[in-house]
Design a protein around this ligand. Structure first.
Ligand SMILES: *[C@@H]1O[C@H](CO)[C@@H](O)[C@H](O)[C@H]1NC(C)=O
Ligand SMILES: *[C@@H]1O[C@H](CO)[C@@H](O)[C@H](O)[C@H]1NC(C)=O
Length: 508
């Protein structure tokens, strides 16, 4: 029998230009990815239909407990978790995890891949975004469909096309940018026929995505009647437009104008407004990218309401001093909305999210991965209002936080316990993390197509050595520090969960 699986379809340095041009060989080694044929390929580290994998000797970390145990996987599903599982026969692939943590893969509830925005398109498409995610240990994400001229069906069709080269599981939320009877009718179709249960309303971006007060009210009402969850980008868009004009009138055109034009008070105001409105309609609300103490305090005040606040990594670990950097290329990387705030806001958000990890108020960590490269950011070199808003969402420094990177998200979006945990019957989306190995973040190691990284040079402890996506090894690093990402070529995940749906597809 011929073995097409042996043919390496492509072997290319990812980000070849960035790696070769400016960065010498680094302690994390050379990044490469490789397509693997569906049937399984020895060169790809094994796996395939019916494959059996035994992860031995590690500490299995779930949100609720950590235990010393082996994990046995059959056909992509966790079958047993207990100490000293015997190997059985030769056809079981054994991965030694001694001294390592065995954790569920990350789930990212907030990404924008291949999104057309502010005159350009986010640089990461579904393939490069998925490659970056898989290499970083994130194994499922939920992206936002942007309707085409308000048309939801056309938006979903367009995103399904964008996702044709997907390499891992993904689901969709959807933005609502316009209101009429047709939109209301289509929302119902999205929920009932396409499993899209989460609708996002932008209170900012006047003139493009922003919704009027009236639309938000109608939208909340419709979400309630459909049992769907409303999400808001909470900033007062009219006031932001006013603030931007003030800065331009003052002659402030640089990236610092971005922060100055939309202070935390505008985020607090919109958050309060959306929460009150949700209370009036009596429906839950999900506030995306909570960046400020102002918004956090409004969420804290909720009275018996079901409110979910989602801080993003950049808001927790960065501060806005970068926006004052005299080098536009550096400063513009940090432009996102709501803006990264002054020092203090991030720490307060971290403290609060820890305090509330056991409460009905669920705070989880999304990345808002929404990446533009330096050329795209330069669209705004003489006017901060034209800098595409978005930063990358590296999350490696959080990957030991199973709860916030995986479990809470799976629970909120109805994917638990199939995802978000290592339990018998769960999908085997697993990362094996070495707590002793350090890493350095940067544009040459993050696998994204962007040539910039807002966490450039940050060092982290604990780095993963192997990632298993169901029956496949997708990421491995050998002792010589050569990292390889295996992209498996097959249509493999199309699945429904409690009223939702997700997909995954890669045809090489
Ligand atoms: C919305 O888009 C779909 C698919 O492209 C199309 O069939 C439908 O007629 C559109 N609806 C309206 C109101 O234009
Ligand atoms: C950024 O991306 C654009 C669009 O793909 C491309 O034309 C440009 O050369 C890129 N810039 C850099 C510095 O990589």
């Amino acid at each position: 029998m011929t073995t097409p699986s042996r043919r390496l379809l492509l072997l290319l340095p990812l980000l070849a230009v960035a790696v070769a041009a400016s960065h010498p060989a680094h302690e994390v080694g050379v990044l490469r990815w490789q397509f693997c044929a569906a049937e399984g390929d020895a060169g790809c580290g094994g796996g395939g239909d019916g494959a059996r994998i035994l992860i031995k000797g590690g500490t299995v970390v779930n949100a609720h407990r950590a235990e010393e145990a082996d994990v046995y996987i059959e056909d992509g599903v966790v079958v047993a978790i207990r100490p000293n599982i015997p190997v059985g026969d030769d056809n079981v692939r054994v991965i030694d995890a001694t001294g390592n943590y065995v954790m569920p893969g990350g789930i990212d509830p907030h990404t924008h891949l291949a999104m057309e925005f502010m005159g350009t398109v986010t640089i990461d498409d579904f393939f490069s975004g998925h490659a970056a995610a898989l290499a970083g240990g994130t194994m499922m994400h939920i992206d936002f469909v942007i309707p085409v001229n308000g048309n939801l069906t056309a938006g979903l069709e367009s995103y399904k096309q964008k996702a044709a080269n997907a390499a891992m599981d993904y689901g969709f939320h959807m933005a609502i940018t316009k209101w009429n009877d047709e939109v209301a009718r289509e929302m119902e179709v999205m929920v009932k026929e396409h499993g899209i249960n989460y609708f996002k309303f932008f209170m900012a971006y006047k003139g493009s995505l922003m919704v009027t007060d009236d639309l938000l009210l109608q939208g909340l009402q419709k979400c309630k009647s459909l049992g769907a969850l409303a999400m808001v980008h909470a900033e007062n868009g009219d006031a932001v437009a006013e603030g931007q004009q003030r800065m331009i009138d003052l002659g402030i055109t640089g990236p610092e104008g971005h922060a100055l034009s939309r202070p935390p008070i505008l985020e607090g105001e919109a958050t309060a407004w959306a929460i009150r409105l949700a209370k009036f309609i009596n429906t839950p609300l999900y506030v995306v990218h909570v960046m400020s103490v102002d918004a956090m305090e409004e969420i804290a005040k909720r009275e018996g309401q079901r409110i979910i606040g989602e801080p993003v990594v950049s808001g927790l670990v960065l501060d806005d001093s970068w926006l004052w950097n005299p080098d536009f290329t550096i400063a513009s990387k940090y432009v996102m909305s709501p803006p990264i705030r002054e020092a203090g806001h991030g720490d307060a958000l971290v403290a609060y999210s820890k305090m509330w990890s056991q409460s009905p108020l669920k705070i989880l960590v999304g990345t808002d991965h929404c990446t533009f490269n330096s050329t795209q950011k330069a669209f705004g070199s003489d006017d901060f209002r034209k800098i595409p808003n978005g930063v990358n969402g590296d999350r490696q420094d959080f990957c030991h936080h199973v709860r916030v990177t995986s479990t809470e998200c799976a629970k909120i979006f109805n994917i638990y316990p199939r995802k978000g945990a290592i339990l018998e019957g769960s999908d085997a989306d697993i990362i094996i993390l070495n707590p002793e190995r350090s890493f350095v973040m940067g544009a040459h190691t993050h696998h994204s197509r962007s040539n910039t990284n807002v966490y450039e040079g940050r060092k982290g402890k604990a780095s993963s050595s192997s990632h298993i996506k169901q029956q496949y090894l997708v990421w491995n690093s050998n002792p010589t520090s050569e990292y390889i990402l295996f992209i498996w070529c097959r249509e493999w995940w199309k699945s429904r969960y409690q009223g939702g749906e997700w997909y995954g597809r890669m045809v090489c």
